[in-house]
Ligand binder design. Structure first.
Ligand code: FMN
Length: 189
């Protein structure tokens, strides 16, 4: 057996700004979500939650949360940034917010619960890309915003946004990006 040359050895994200934002078919999105949440999770605690953002919700969150929060923190910003900050989520057909929601546990460390949430992000990303969709894992500034966290159902001071998985349609194949030199990051003991 060998790793699929067509997928894992060539997998590549497509920048949100380069994807096309038509809706993602419900059956496809469900498949991505169902496969995406099959991740290693010590103790089966499910220490993460997903918020699915699509259709009109994208523009609502862009206007009511992202743009408003941006203006609050950058009252003197110009039109160029207003354009960007008022359309963040509308770059994709669907955006899946992954929230790390750790629980108190006598032996399983917080770190492992947070790692599992990262695994959900990566799994969603790979699933979407394996089906031929354009997808990118983004945090940008609003992942660290408490109003956004609260809107998504997270608990301030406990939960964290692991990322937003943007899913759209490809308009062109992405170019390869610089990859690590194996010798720099791998040590065979
Ligand atoms: C947790 C996390 C957050 C990220 N946030 C951003 C971001 O805010 N902006 C950005 O340009 N790239 C961000 N990236 C990077 C891209 O999603 C991605 O790593 C890059 O485009 C190459 O991905 P690929 O290896 O799938 O081709 C983030 C990556 C991770 C793991």
């Amino acid at each position: 057996m060998s790793i699929s040359e067509d997928f894992y050895l060539k997998r590549r994200s497509v920048m949100a700004k380069k994807m096309s934002p038509e809706p993602i078919k419900e059956s496809v999105l469900n498949q991505i979500i169902q496969a995406g949440i099959r991740v290693p999770d010590h103790g089966a605690l499910n220490p993460w939650k997903l918020a699915i953002i699509q259709g009109k919700q994208r523009a609502i969150i862009d206007k009511e949360i992202i743009f408003k929060e941006y203006i609050k923190k950058n009252p003197n910003s110009d039109k160029y940034f207003h354009e960007i900050e008022s359309k963040r989520l509308q770059r994709a057909g669907a955006v899946i917010a992954v929230i790390s929601t750790p629980v108190d546990h006598p032996s399983i460390p917080l770190w492992e619960m947070q790692l599992s949430s990262g695994a959900v992000c990566m799994n969603l990303l790979s699933c979407a890309q394996s089906l031929g969709y354009a997808a990118q894992w983004l945090t940008e500034w609003y992942s660290y915003n408490d109003t956004m966290l609260t809107y998504l159902g997270g608990r301030v001071g406990i939960d964290k946004i692991s990322g937003f998985i943007y899913i759209g349609h490809k308009t062109e194949e992405p170019k390869e990006r610089k990859r690590p030199n194996p010798a720099d990051v791998i040590n065979y003991l």
